[in-house]
Design a protein around this ligand. Structure first.
Ligand code: PMV
Length: 338
């Protein structure tokens, strides 16, 4: 991205950005240094699982090091370094050497099966730009957010979003397919384990190529993406569902068969997969599952089915928490104290 020459000043801004749930997953990198993915991915941005981040830029004379607080706790070590590396990207585009004070809060628990890196890096990018008056388009911000966490590129847009694989830093960006109001889907996040993952998705992406199944999954995404786009256009859950289940299972098959093997599922994961299929075949409820890099299960359904499904989930001993989210908007500026 070219160096920006507009008049910038070290200020402060707060932005709220939603996480997202992928219908066709990003798994595996073509270029790990800049998070270029192996395939396009499609997601729904979440209204009810978001990160709110305040960035305050300071001259170096006033602040020698970046300082970051997440959910009320000062951040150090790897997480602090990852935040500073992202601030470096913003500094490089702006041509400044200021330091930043970052305060970030999630409205959902970390390790809940909702990607805090997606909403976190989207909010950090948008707030960091706004706080210095750096006027980047959402597309340019999507490219920047991608460098922090691939899935964050999609959270720069609301509703139903596709991230184009692209071939370089500028072309690997997301765009909106439809705004949130297009289709009242729900993501019912079923938390069966709050334990932190042993292998981060950042590391997992670099292992995808070690699975003999990876090439097969990637080849299948071209048709799967077309099906998901068509299903969203037609608001057809029965067309969407089987494709998103198949891609989630294919991604987990790649994870399980890589070297080293990643096995994110717990017994409760499988219990919920069977329940979803039973509710569909026996009770005729149009509900489908998807699973990210963890044991928790996301149930995707249309709004009218959500309350009944939530009731049914309460009967499971393995269920620790249920979060229901609607589709949401892209990042929004928040008034101080808001
Ligand atoms: O953005 P990352 O590096 O946390 O990777 C996200 C990986 C998945 O959540 C499993 C899939 C996706 O596309 O969101």
């Amino acid at each position: 991205m070219a160096l920006r020459t507009e008049t910038l000043s070290p200020g402060r801004a707060t932005v709220r950005a939603g996480s997202n749930i992928a219908f066709i997953k990003y798994w595996g990198v073509a270029d790990a240094a800049i998070n270029l993915p192996l395939n396009n991915s499609i997601s729904m941005t979440l209204a009810d699982a978001y990160t709110t981040t305040t960035v305050r830029w300071c001259e170096r004379s006033a602040l020698v090091e970046d300082a970051c607080t997440i959910d009320g706790r000062p951040v150090s070590g790897d997480a602090a370094a990852r935040t500073s590396r992202h601030l470096d990207r913003l500094r490089a585009v702006a041509g400044v050497d200021w330091r930043a004070e970052v305060t970030s809060a999630n409205n959902f628990p970390m390790a809940s099966g909702i990607a805090s890196s997606a909403s976190g890096f989207a909010a950090l990018t948008a707030a960091g730009c706004a706080a210095m008056g750096l006027a980047l388009s959402p597309t340019e911000q999507s490219a920047l957010a991608r460098r922090g966490s691939g899935s964050a590129s999609r959270s720069l847009f609301g509703g139903y979003v596709e991230w184009e694989q692209g071939h370089d830093d500028a072309s690997s960006v997301a765009h909106q397919l439809f705004p949130a109001g297009h289709w009242a889907l729900r993501d019912i996040v079923v938390v069966v384990s709050g334990a932190a993952k042993t292998v981060s998705s950042e590391h997992g992406h670099t292992l995808a190529a070690t699975s003999p199944l990876n090439a097969g999954r990637i080849a299948a995404t071209t048709h799967a993406l077309a099906e998901v786009r068509a299903a969203i256009v037609a608001r057809d859950i029965e067309r969407l569902g089987p494709v998103i289940e198949a891609d989630a299972l294919a991604m987990h098959a790649v994870m399980m068969t890589g070297n080293p093997s990643l096995l994110y599922w717990q017994p409760a994961t499988l219990e919920l997969i069977h329940a979803v299929r039973r509710w569909r075949s026996v009770d005729k409820i149009p509900v489908y599952f998807t699973i990210d890099a963890g044991p928790n299960v996301h149930l995707i359904c249309e709004a009218p089915a959500a309350a009944d499904l939530e009731d049914r989930l309460h009967d499971f001993a393995c269920v620790q928490k249920i979060i229901v989210s609607r589709p949401g908007s892209g990042p929004v500026a928040v008034e101080e104290g808001g």
